[in-house]
Design a protein around this ligand. Structure first.
Ligand code: KIV
Length: 281
């Protein structure tokens, strides 16, 4: 059976330049497929708002939704390092709320770590969650919960000035006690500076090849999310098309009375149908 990663395994992987594989999952079957494929980590991202609930962004997602999806993922991937994603307004209002909500993921969903978005401005929350004995992953660069402030889902750190800000965020997140950092939609040169400087593992989603690991959203990887496709997405499957084809075939066969066939139906015990007819007369 696959051994579950610990933070020390992840740190050792950075030291020995072994790349970490990370994907999102929101439900039991997807989590179990990821585990069977040998994935190192799973994020139960608040991207579930868009990928599962059809919201336009992640802002409406609630703690209760995240906790429930984490429970399903934990069941499907009991030997994989699972990260719960703190949704919008679950950690920004106060440090106490941040610790309490991070703790909910631990107590109710048995996660291995939590993630929150932001750099310097959320360092007090990172420190408090970490001081309470939990593992925290920072998330900088493009932070979807504040995409309104960033002017949309746009790459970050593309100029010297803004790249300097991203690097300052990375340093602050490590200093505050995060055990790992996720960098989203930032040019690879900037990610490399961060990865080379920081002691903690630095993971990328759309931040190039120079990272200690790669994260991809399962619905992008599997070709299920259709609203838009970010530049950094590689589709390994086209499940949207394949599922639509399968449903169309089903519709056609049901309408033509080609399904169900004999092999899909139950047989009465020998002689029981005749008895039934007598009983009914
Ligand atoms: O919610 C999520 O899946 C994320 C990724 C976009 C990094 O936070």
């Amino acid at each position: 059976m696959k051994k579950k990663m610990s933070r020390f395994d992840l740190e050792k992987m950075k030291q020995s330049s072994q790349i970490v594989t990370w994907v999102t999952a929101y439900d039991y079957p997807t989590a179990s497929f990821a585990e069977q494929a040998g994935m190192d980590m799973i994020l139960v991202g608040d991207s579930l708002g868009m990928c599962v609930y059809g919201y336009e962004g992640t802002v409406p997602v609630t703690m209760d939704q995240c906790v429930e999806h984490c429970k399903a993922v934990r069941k499907g991937a009991s030997n994989t390092f699972v990260v719960g994603d703190l949704p919008f307004l679950s950690y920004q209002v106060s440090i106490e709320e941040a610790v309490r909500n991070a703790g909910r993921f631990y107590k109710e969903s048995n996660v291995d770590a939590v993630k929150l978005e932001g750099g310097i401005r959320v360092c007090p929350q990172i420190k408090a969650i970490s001081d309470a004995g939990m593992l925290v992953i920072g998330h900088i660069g493009l932070t979807p919960q504040s995409s309104g402030q960033l002017g949309g889902f746009k790459a970050q750190g593309r100029t010297a000035e803004t790249a300097k800000e991203v690097i300052a965020d990375a340093r602050a997140v490590q200093e505050a006690g995060a055990f790992a950092l996720l960098v989203e939609a930032v040019p690879p040169e900037v990610t490399k500076i961060i990865r080379d400087e920081l002691k903690i593992p630095v993971y990328s989603i759309g931040a190039g090849v120079h990272a200690d690991g790669q994260l991809t959203i399962c619905s992008d990887l599997l070709g299920m999310f259709q609203a838009f496709t970010p530049k950094f997405v590689k589709k390994y499957e086209n499940l949207a098309e394949r599922a639509t084809q399968a449903f169309s075939k089903y519709v056609e066969e049901v309408r033509n009375r080609e399904f169900p066939e004999e092999q899909h139906t139950y047989k009465m015990v020998d002689g029981e149908f005749e008895k039934l007819l007598k009983l009914l007369n």
